[in-house]
Every structure is written in structure tokens, then in C-alpha cells.
Write a protein that binds this ligand. Structure first.
Ligand SMILES: *Cc1c(COP(=O)(O)O)cnc(C)c1O
Length: 368
């Protein structure tokens, strides 16, 4: 059997570079709680992402959960979101005592369909939580327009869009806040990690305290916070990986271009379009199979790839609205486009060091 290809492979700096970066921690003995590397990484990421403010967190999920908390949305109010996402998005809403209301997605890029928003707004709606899924940028103009008209907050789940720009603007600048994930499997990783980007200083202060148990100062605890602090070893990994991320993205681009070359224009096989005015990070490569036209369904292709030692993923299946934990608990909503996408999607292996010959081998199996 040929060598196994997993769906992703984490980026790591040369070992010596990381060893060098952590050396001074043996001197300082400052391992966590907003240390020197935390500060440096905050500055470097703020500049790299082109955002006004950035708060590092222990992971992307806590970034989202605590950003929602810091918004101070009324308990029990409704947050309009999509079910075509990772578990984290919906869980963050529910864990805040808020109610997710599921909006359908657009058929071309799988982001929230803003034309369906107004029909879902009630007097209990407090916010919109769209997802820049696969690195596809949402229709930010249309979402902002609806949000403004109805006085709603907007928090973007930007976990997939590290380093992307839309009309030359860093993607973390849209909405009241945007969250990133630096999980090991993402384009840029700090092993585990995440960040909230925001503009409003008072929100930032609340968020900073919530990340550290709600502690405002030594004798004052103002919020029922959590512990979502980012440690110095993780910050060191972040500093190293940031030096290489542009190279990593360039390498991913080669793979994505090869996939597009090989898989475009095939009957019954649908790709997300290349978005106009977007500088992509080439995070994921989803393919959608129409079995009637293509001749094979998604599960068959997945089995064929698995038989050759190649891991592809049904990312995102099932929809979060179909999770066992939400059965009979949440209103399901009607999301026919999301249903269809979830049952036909396969995301193909994609990482910086995937060779073009392996990419070809994957395409041969799909089209064979
Ligand atoms: C990865 C991811 C998250 C959560 O990030 P973690 O760093 O894994 O906690 C949230 N939303 C989406 C869409 C993700 O892909």
C-alpha cells in the first residue's frame, strides 16, 4: 500500500528555531498570564491581520464563547447563525444561554444567506453569528445592512480565514468582533490558540477580564469569567510559525490550483467559486458531488480514497442542528441548501507539504 495521506498535517517551524524561542523562559520562569511572548505575539498578529485590537485566547472556541459573553447579550435572546459549521459555533451560543436560530446558506460559497435574515428576525433577536466557512468571505455588506437596520450585533466566526483580506481590508475588521482559531489543523497554528479582533475598547476590557476569571484587579472580580489564557510556550510556537506562514500559504496555493485544474468543469462535481476581491489563505478544498450527474456519490468517493490510504473528510456533516445533543432541544429551522451541501461534501487533503504528484493521485481516484 502506498503511503497514507491524512486530510491535514500541522505546520511546524524547524526544531532549533522553536528551541531557541523558548530558551529564555528557563530564565524568566514566566510561563503564562500575559507574559513577554504573549505581548510580542499580540503585537505581531495585530499588525499581520491588519486589525485594531486583538485578544489572544487559549483556543478559538473560548474566543467565540467569551466574545459572546463580553457582548452582554440578553440571556435567552436569539442569535442567527448557520448550521453548516464546526460544533464550536453553535455550542458557543448555547453555552452562553442564548438560542441559535438557523439560517440557510448560499449554494455557491456556503456562507450565511443574508437574503433570508429578515424573515428570521423576531423581537428576541440580539445578534448575528455568520461563519466565513472554508475561508469564503460572507456577504459582509448585506449582513451589516440588516444588522444596522434592526440594531443587532455581529460576531464573525473567522476561524477559517487567517490572513485573508477582502477588498484589501483584513477580514478581522468586519462586524463588532471576529474570532480566529490557531488550532493545530488550521492554516496558522499555535498548537491550540485563538483570538478575538474588535474595535470597541470597553468590549476589549470586559473580554480581557473574562479571559482571566473576570478579575479586574487584585481585589475586584467584575465578571463570571473563565480561564482562557494563552501561555508562553504556545506564544513561542506562534511567533515561530508566523515567520513561515506566508510560505505555507504559497505552498497551499499550488495544491489548490492543481485541484482546480484537475477537477473543474467535470459534470456533477461542484467546486466553490474563486471569490472576487479576496486574498485567499487556501484553507480547505471542498468538493460537492451530485451523484445523478457524476455517477458516484460522496460516500463512495470517500471509501475509494480511504481504500488507497487517503483521508478526506465530510466537513461539515452532520449539520450542527442535527447533533444528538440538540435533538428536541433547539428549533431545527428549515435549511434545505445546508442539508444538501452536508450530504454531498467532501473536503480533500490539503496542507503545505502535500506534493503535486499526491494531489494528482487523489484526483485520479476521484475522477476514475
Ligand atoms: C476550528 C474552529 C473553531 C474552534 O476553534 P478551536 O481553536 O478548535 O477551539 C470554531 N469555528 C470553526 C468554524 C472552526 O473551524
Amino acid at each position: 500500500m502506498e503511503k497514507k495521506i491524512l486530510v491535514t498535517r500541522s505546520s511546524m517551524p524547524p526544531f532549533e528555531e522553536y528551541a531557541d524561542e523558548i530558551k529564555d523562559l528557563w530564565e524568566s520562569r514566566w510561563l503564562t498570564n500575559f507574559g513577554k511572548k504573549h505581548r510580542q505575539l499580540t503585537e505581531e498578529l495585530t499588525a499581520y491581520l491588519g486589525v485594531k485590537n486583538l485578544q489572544l485566547t487559549v483556543n478559538g472556541h473560548m474566543a467565540l464563547e467569551l466574545a459572546l459573553t463580553a457582548m452582554g447579550l440578553e440571556k435567552g435572546s436569539e442569535v442567527i447563525t448557520t448550521p453548516f459549521t464546526f460544533a464550536s459555533t453553535t455550542h458557543a451560543i448555547v453555552r452562553n444561554g442564548l438560542v441559535p436560530v438557523f439560517c440557510d446558506i448560499r449554494p455557491d460559497d456556503c456562507t450565511l444567506d443574508a437574503s433570508k435574515l429578515e424573515s428570521l428576525i423576531t423581537d428576541r433577536t440580539s445578534a448575528i453569528l455568520p461563519v466565513h466557512v472554508y475561508g469564503n468571505i460572507c456577504d459582509t455588506d448585506a449582513i451589516e445592512k440588516v444588522a444596522k437596520k434592526h440594531g443587532l450585533r455581529v460576531i464573525y466566526d473567522a476561524a477559517h480565514t487567517f490572513g485573508e483580506t477582502y477588498r484589501n481590508e483584513g477580514v478581522g475588521n468586519f462586524g463588532d468582533a471576529s474570532i480566529f482559531s490557531f488550532h493545530a489543523t488550521k492554516v496558522y497554528n499555535t498548537i491550540e490558540g485563538g483570538a478575538v479582533c474588535y474595535k470597541d475598547g470597553a468590549f476589549g476590557r470586559r473580554l480581557y477580564e473574562l479571559v482571566d476569571f473576570g478579575i479586574a484587579d487584585e481585589e475586584t472580580v467584575t465578571g463570571v469569567g473563565s480561564n482562557a489564557k494563552f501561555n508562553e510556550f504556545t506564544a513561542a510556537m506562534g511567533l515561530c510559525n508566523l515567520r513561515h506562514v506566508d510560505d505555507e500559504i504559497a505552498k497551499r496555493k499550488r495544491v489548490v490550483e492543481r485541484y482546480r485544474e484537475r477537477l473543474s468543469g467535470i459534470k456533477g462535481l461542484h467546486l466553490n467559486p474563486v471569490q472576487k476581491d479576496v486574498k485567499s489563505n487556501y484553507a480547505y478544498f471542498p468538493v460537492f458531488f451530485d451523484p445523478a450527474e457524476f455517477g458516484k456519490n460522496r460516500d463512495t468517493v470517500m471509501d475509494e480514497l480511504a481504500g488507497a490510504g487517503i483521508g478526506a473528510r465530510k466537513y461539515f456533516y452532520p449539520l450542527t442542528s442535527d447533533f444528538d445533543c440538540y435533538k428536541g432541544v433547539l428549533p431545527h429551522g428549515r435549511t434545505p441548501v445546508a442539508d444538501e451541501k452536508a450530504s454531498t461534501v467532501l473536503t480533500l487533503p490539503l496542507y503545505a507539504d502535500l506534493t503535486l504528484s499526491d494531489t494528482d493521485r487523489i484526483c485520479d481516484i476521484i475522477t476514475g
